[in-house]
Design a protein around this ligand. Structure first.
Ligand code: TYM
Length: 334
């Protein structure tokens, strides 16, 4: 156990967890819990930056918790809790809203994507969302943050906020500058229908993603229908440059099979894409379906999931309160 490393990450409870969340984040969460102290959070306050039906949100918080456990997180080894149950997240987010600069937030590409063309109608919460994300991480003085590539810019903002706070309040090293841990091979799993867009919970077509709760039948149908390429599989990565869907399928296969992409291409070159699709389907069914089944089973005992969150919140609150006390002191609050 490396005691200096403290891992924090979060997942929004906004619907079905999918293969992007699994390969980009959850699998890494599980690996990290073997060697480090880890805190994993169901970030419900982030979810409400866009309207959520209360009943749906309640259920999604529990389902995301079930997704954590079903993927292999152990609530004894790692702290697992939901963000809103530790009020320090909201308090530190306010403090950071006073440290963070408008110019920094104006550069956030995810806000631009999510707010769409009518920014006037986006919630203020959506705009200052990255300040809350910095608060999540720095409330625990986390040093490492496993995320997919889409969160890289937010992580950079967290580092900027930490650095400015340390400088403004003359306390070098008070907040660590958190390092992103981004998977090397598939840092961004793309939509199965459009290889230029990331796989996401909110994409309208369910055929664009593999959900962790999909049945073997669903997975087979979705991979069969996934866009690929009309020519055969090439023998080198460069030839995939303008073929985002083909690159995506082969990269997912490489990640799930644990065979590096060069080797996959050597083995499969000259074959058509139905070949990789068949192999990928088999692998996904054996890796994803057990996770989905476990999520469904865990959702049958909501009290158990609520207990996990409650115990995790108690542990998180102790660390958060201690750190907040020092943060308030640094600022001059009494
Ligand atoms: P969220 O809920 O959108 O996604 C959860 C995690 O899954 C990763 N991910 C992907 N990785 C690869 N390919 C994809 N298509 C894909 N889609 C999602 C995300 O990168 C993320 O790691 N802002 C965060 C939640 C958050 C957070 C935090 C994360 C709030 N506070 C503090 C880390 C630390 C988000 O919306 O993730």
């Amino acid at each position: 156990m490396n005691n200096k490393k403290l891992v924090f990450s979060g997942v929004q409870p906004t619907g079905n967890l999918h293969l992007g969340n699994y390969l980009g984040a959850l699998k890494n969460f599980v690996l990290l819990q073997k060697e480090s102290k880890c805190i994993y959070c169901v970030v419900d306050l982030h979810a409400i930056t866009v309207f959520q039906k209360p009943e749906t949100l309640r259920s999604n918080i529990l389902e995301t918790t079930a997704g954590f456990i079903a993927s292999g997180l152990d609530p004894v080894k790692s702290i697992i809790f939901n963000q809103s149950s530790v009020s320090g997240h909201a308090e530190l987010a306010w403090i950071f809203s006073c440290v963070s600069r408008l110019g920094w937030l104006n550069r956030m590409t995810q806000f631009k994507d999510k707010a769409g063309s009518d920014k006037e109608k986006a919630s203020v919460g959506l705009y200052i969302y990255p300040n809350l994300m910095a608060a999540d991480i720095l409330l625990y003085k986390a040093t490492h943050v496993p995320v997919g590539a889409d969160q890289k810019q937010h992580l950079e903002l967290s580092r900027d906020i930490a650095q400015k706070f340390n400088k403004d309040f003359n306390c070098a090293g008070f907040f660590p500058l958190p390092e992103p841990l981004i998977p090397k091979n598939v840092s961004r799993v793309m939509s199965l229908r459009d290889g230029t867009k990331k796989m996401s919970k909110t994409e309208e077509s369910d055929y664009s993603r593999i959900n962790l709760k999909d049945s073997a039948d669903d997975i087979e149908k979705k991979i069969k229908k996934a866009k690929s390429d009309s020519s055969v599989i090439p023998d080198n990565i460069k030839s995939l440059e303008n073929k985002p869907e083909a690159f995506n399928l082969l990269s997912i296969y490489s990640e799930v099979s644990k065979i590096n992409l060069d080797k996959v291409l050597k083995e499969m070159s000259g074959k058509d894409y139905s070949y990789v699709k068949k192999n990928l389907t088999d692998l996904l069914i054996s890796e994803i379906c057990p996770v989905g089944k476990e999520i469904k089973k865990l959702m049958g005992d909501k009290t158990h999931l609520e207990n996990i969150l409650q115990k995790g919140s108690e542990k998180a609150r102790i660390i958060a309160e201690e750190n907040l006390k020092n943060i308030r002191e640094k600022i001059g609050l009494i």
